[in-house]
Design a binder for this molecule. Structure first.
Ligand code: HAM
Length: 413
């Protein structure tokens, strides 16, 4: 039996790497004053049909549940956030800064950097129209990646503004019901052949392609980069109007983060979605909002590829050995006494292991080493004394059982 295509097994080393990523995400989001929240993994399919856009609806893992409801595994968090905000907004002071770490599901064609499940860090700010919030969010995405050991040589945040394009479409008298289609064509412009894009854009092909090759000008974007410069972060960003984003609900600044090589899929993406909450609540609550999500798949590949990031992860996962103490039961008569001490040590929060069945002493020491224990405690003929062996220095001493806890505390300090 194999896992389903695009789904991963997380063996212990993979889980250690995943936890490392989550801890880094959590730490930096909190540094920026974001608080953690989460929503359900299953939502009414309708929630995504309403506003996420065609592409993601085509990728839904959806089914009819036993109560005849049309449901979908969440492909992203933003519609859930909009639903939750519309229901609970009065309970919180604005602007609200929320982050979440969770798993998402999209029925995508499996390829490098894209699976059918992945984890995301989502960071969103709700109730703020000021450009300062957009700057804060971009800065946060940069600092999250810096915390993993990446520098401006490794990644770039490509920032754009959907308003730049919607202004252009308005100027060209394109009816609003065709905007989404045009924006999607521009979004795909980097990945598709030129004649295919030209065909999709029709009479707009020439002016759009000219802007795409020359780059567009936007005062708002320049202001944003200036604010990042004040934080010393301008080297991490590029203004790039080729970024439009595939999701339908964005209304303003949008951005995507890429490896500098440009070979890998996006590490993160987000932007402003000032109308989504209003649209999902049928105008009951209108609230500006913006956010981004960073996935664990491309990020994980990048951590393994960039030496500084890889070393940082290895150091962090390595220092957290599996266990602190291995209890060697040299005489089976002492097993009961040993279990009593093991219980006491675990209550003090030490990570303790021991053999389930009788084994030769050298074999037990071997197990201690393999598990990365720093101390072995030997229960044998010396009882009511025990031998405490520091496995790093090799030093061993006899300790009366009453003094064991305090002795261990000083050895493991
Ligand atoms: P998104 O660009 O669809 O945005 O996804 C964000 C990130 O999730 C991507 O840059 C990528 O790292 C990761 N990702 C997406 N799909 C997959 C996949 N199939 N396999 C592996 N990784 C994947 C959103 O989801 C928006 N809701 C972000 C947002 C939050 N906008 C505002 N707030």
């Amino acid at each position: 039996m194999q896992p389903l295509p695009g789904f991963r097994d997380f063996l212990p080393a993979d889980c250690a790497a995943r936890n490392y990523i989550f801890e880094c995400w959590r730490q930096v989001a909190r540094r920026y004053g974001f608080v953690e929240w989460d929503g359900p993994i299953l939502e009414p399919t309708e929630l995504y049909k309403k506003k996420s856009g065609q592409e993601i609806v085509g990728q839904l893992f959806n089914f009819i549940d036993k109560g005849e409801r049309e449901v979908a595994m969440r492909p992203e968090l933003t519609p859930t956030l909009a639903r939750v905000i519309a229901a609970h907004e009065r309970e919180f002071k604005k602007p609200l800064k929320w982050f979440s770490i969770g798993q998402f599901f999209r029925y995508e064609k499996q390829q490098r950097g894209r699976l059918r499940e992945h984890f995301q860090l989502n960071c969103d700010i709700v109730g703020e129209t000021n450009l300062a919030a957009d700057v804060e969010l971009v800065a946060l995405s940069i600092d999250v990646l810096r915390a993993f050991g990446f520098s401006e040589k490794d990644f770039v945040v490509r920032i754009s503004d959907r308003e730049f394009w919607t202004d252009f479409l308005r100027e060209k008298n394109v009816p609003t019901d065709r905007w989404e289609e045009m924006l999607q064509a521009i979004d795909k412009s980097e990945r598709e052949p030129r004649d295919k894009i030209a065909e999709k854009l029709g009479r707009l092909a020439d002016p759009v392609l000219a802007i795409l090759s020359e780059g567009g000008k936007s005062e708002k974007l320049e202001q944003l980069v200036d604010s990042l410069r004040a934080r010393g972060l301008a080297g991490f960003v590029d203004i790039d109007v080729r970024i439009v984003r595939g999701l339908a609900y964005y209304t303003g600044i949008v951005f995507e983060v890429f490896h500098r090589s440009g070979k890998l899929r996006a590490i993160a993406g987000g932007g402003r979605y000032d109308s989504l909450i209003g649209q999902l609540s049928d105008k009951a609550v209108s609230m500006p909002a913006l956010g981004f999500a960073m996935g664990d798949v491309v990020l994980g590949e990048l951590i393994r590829e960039v030496p500084a990031a890889r070393e940082k992860m290895e150091q962090s996962t390595h220092t957290r050995g599996n266990i602190d103490i291995y209890v060697v039961i040299a005489k089976e008569e002492r097993r009961g006494d040993a279990l009593g001490q093991i219980q006491a040590l675990r209550e003090q929060n030490y990570k303790v292991d021991y053999p389930f069945s009788p084994a030769k002493v050298p074999k037990q020491f071997q197990a201690a080493e393999q598990l990365g224990a720093r101390v072995a405690i030997l229960f044998g003929d010396e009882w009511p004394q025990v031998a405490v062996k520091n496995l790093t220095s090799g030093r061993q001493e006899l300790v009366p059982k009453e003094d064991l806890l305090s002795r261990i505390e000083s050895v493991l300090k």
